[in-house]
Design a protein around this ligand. Sequence first.
Ligand code: ADP
Ligand code: MG
Length: 687
Amino acid sequence: MPELKPITLSTPLGEFRGVGPERAELLARLGLRTVHDLLLHRPRRYEDRRQFKTIVELVRGEAATTHGKIVAMGVKRWKMGTRARFEFILEDGTARLHCRWWNQVFMEKFFHVGDEVLVFGKLLDDRPRTMDHPETEVLESGEEVMIHLNRVTPVYALTEGLPQRWLRGLMWRALAATEGLIVEPHPELAQELASWPTRALALRNLHFPKELADAERGRQRLALDELLELQVAIQRRRRNLESHGKALACGGDNRWIKPFLAKLEFTLTAAQTRVLRELRHDLAGAVPMRRLLQGDVGSGKTVVAACVALMALESGFDVAIMAPTEILAGQHFRRFAEWFGPLGIPVHLHTGAVKAAAAQGRGGQGGAVPPRGATTAGTGVGTTSARVTAPALFVGTHALIEAGFVPDRLGLVVIDEQHKFGVVHRERLVRKGRYPHLLVMTATPIPRTLGLTLYGDLDISVLDQIPAGRGRIRTFVRTPDRLPKVWEFLRAKLAEGRQAYVVYPRVEEADDAAGIKAVTKEFEKLAAVFAPSRVGLLHGRLTRDEQDRVMAAFRSGEVQVLLATAVVEVGVDVANATVMVIENANQFGLAQLHQLRGRVGRGAHESQCILIADATTPGAAQRLGILAATADGFRIAEEDLKLRGPGELLGREQSGAPPLAFGDLATDLTLVEKSRELAGKLAEAVG
Ligand code: ADP
Ligand code: MG
């Protein structure tokens, strides 16, 4: 045997005793390359093998562990050999158990008559006693009872060719070999962590706990380490921001906001006024603003964005507002042009389709960019004359991130419906300026765990008030057989002069999605159902022009029913639309349904949201029931987080979600809070 190098945590697994190149390859497939990776491979579940059942004690329908000796085995084939089943019979002196694998003849090679085998599975039948596809382990004589039996035993995720017992044995040896190598990541926190298991003990208990509770405590400790690392990174980012120098002075001088508010057709809610005070304080402060504005659907975030944009514009800076869809960007553009036009502020639209137009009059493209040196003379109020061009507002989609958009002096970035963007997008836009202020807005309430982690570097403002004079929204859940009644109701509303949305999960039908409706197909059918009312079709595969035309027709009332996909989910604002019907409602997340519902209830009329869903999907009724029961977006988001995890809540494009192996952002609020507190202690110790 060659001289063995001492083991460290970073030793490649291939160099670990008993791991050949082939097994190392299989481990790599699970993402396990070093000893440390291996130790962090979390058991998929645990089996309490302190309490075996004898075969005769097995209860039908219940999962249990038992063991015995193989007394017979074989493969049975039928249907001309196209179907096959491998089976062995296990005996333990009390009874016999048939274990079967359908179409997995290869299982045959893993077993021999006479083998002692441990099986874990659910008893399907008791005449004869049968289990299908149980988990198995062949017991080898003389093997350590310590590891596999008579204890709470870890069960790991595997890959084909990697035996459970072997991996468990390897884990045992790896833990033994690294005793003393696993140190506390932050020894200075010893006192704060006195009541916690050490990291070394936590790892040991994660894999080989005495009691299940020890494994959970171990997991919590490892999660805490993980979350602490995240908090330290967040706090470091924050300190970088604070240390870069003085922030751009964007507090404004009121010369545009005053006339703007005077002309506005409504007065701001108390919440809007309070939030604007918070924002102005940031814009005039020493550190660039990093703020999240959270306000439920319809709380009036757009006008807040307009006011804060005016502050920066008054101060002589450009402002960029980014929205996730062309429809929403177009809507913002129209609204801001209407609002700011009379004040003489240029407003540009910058989307994939109209980039060239956006550059007009600014020389933003094609080399006509004014030299930067000319615009850096001053930053504060009263020095705006140093600019070559007047400050302008740029509204756009992702296109703003691209090279064609070159603002002169970006003072403020506003990101609408921020959950539709990744952190990376946000940062790329911010980097178009020199530490501009940043406001991100979302209607998806951020549960506290996410607020403290993913959004941990942002201050949070909340618009907790819906403007007065809104009709209420009533929500109903209906099965598809009730559709004729729903359409009848909808026709009555149309006759009263109202408008409606009907939303579908798909653009076109797909073979692998039977029963899931497609908007294009339904459009053909429903046009006749709603005649003489006019029906419009809106989805992401239409050209931008087509989308614009349909939206314009819907806004003007020329089209009364809009059949759409979830492209209308964010931001669309048509006050006369009061009915929202969502078909295949189970295809959408709760937070998303809440957003869709927010498209109605924007005027004084009472509105209805009707969710059409099959009652057969398990848990579906309860899930949609939450929506029917509450209009509280925060509760809905929390439920969504529990049901679908943070990735879903934040949208598919949210690339900033931290990959956590041990922490769970849906449930670990206490750990998140603890990690934040510890990160604070660390910063104190350093600073
Ligand atoms: P969201 O917060 O969902 O983005 P919007 O900004 O689209 O909401 O506002 C929804 C509607 O409420 C818009 O038509 C807007 O003009 C209107 N609105 C905003 N603030 C007020 C207010 N203070 N009083 C009355 N209506 C308001
Ligand atoms: Mg909005």
